[in-house]
Design a protein around this ligand. Structure first.
Ligand code: URA
Length: 264
């Protein structure tokens, strides 16, 4: 199911500061669900959950491997090298560098965001801009850090996409699908006791759902195909910078995550 807007509706939504998004290219879909995000997220998007990508190499029309095969069995070094040489989607053309992930490789908490922004693309590390500062403060409030610390205090942070979308536009379904094997392998290597999914793209692509964050918060989920790893859903730090009123809700989410951790 998809949402079609008339020109007039589009103009009105734009006046209200609500962006209307439509996929420019048809992509293989497992499900396509219209989503009205929490009003304050100011995004109305027919969210497309792409079909999972097979793990073997992604291959160009000329038969050139664009994403190496065997991602699901790679160790950290091989995975990092595979990501940094990845050419599986057009984002590789404009990146300064890939942004792999950071933190303790055996962290108990794994945080998953959306995609690198300008600063992250420059520095090669996730969440180094303003949203990252807020994230670090939130982590500190629950006794966690991305800096040097024992595994139980240090988090691992990764994004759904490893390359920056131009002008920080939303990730496209085929980009998410191409990058997914890398993120799944990172999760498998870290073996976190808890995943904190931050923001609509991380949440919906991990959980394979079109449900808005507002309806997913407050309970524990699982990544399909990864039973036993609790997933707590929360707002993206960049969203919280624009909507500080929701910081109280994200604090509740962190408290839920803490509770879950004391039970595992
Ligand atoms: N937003 C994200 O989702 N990830 C980053 O690394 C930076 C900003």
């Amino acid at each position: 199911m998809s949402v079609a807007y008339s020109e007039r509706q589009r103009a009105m939504l734009q006046e209200m500061g609500i962006r209307v998004w439509a996929s420019p290219v048809p992509v293989p879909v497992a499900a396509s669900v219209p989503v009205v995000e929490a009003a304050a997220e100011k995004v109305v998007a027919p969210v497309v959950v792409a079909a999972p990508v097979a793990n073997p190499a992604s291959v160009s029309a000329q038969g050139i491997a664009l994403r190496p095969s065997g991602v699901a069995a790679m160790d950290w070094d091989a995975l990092r090298a595979a990501v940094s040489s990845c050419r599986a989607c057009a984002l590789c053309e404009r990146r300064t560098q890939t942004v792999f992930g950071t933190g303790h490789p055996q962290a108990q908490w794994m945080l998953i965001g959306e995609a690198p922004g300008e600063q992250e693309d420059r520095q090669g590390e996730p969440f180094v801009g303003k949203a990252g500062q807020l994230l670090d403060n939130m982590l500190r409030a629950v006794g966690l850090t991305r800096g040097e610390a024992p595994a139980h205090e240090q988090v691992y942070i990764a994004n759904v996409l490893k390359c920056r979308p131009p002008q920080n536009r939303n990730p496209e379904p085929q980009e998410v699908a191409q990058c997914e094997p890398y993120l799944l392998r990172q999760i498998a290597l870290v073996q976190p006791k808890l995943i904190l999914a931050m923001g609509r793209f991380a949440v919906q692509s991990l959980l394979k759902t079109g449900e808005p964050i507002g309806r997913l918060r407050g309970r524990v989920h699982e990544v399909p195909g990864l039973p036993g790893v609790p997933v707590v859903v929360t707002y993206h730090p960049a969203y919280l910078l624009r909507n500080p009123m929701d910081k109280a809700r994200s604090w509740e989410d962190l408290c839920l995550a803490r509770e879950v951790m004391t039970d595992v």
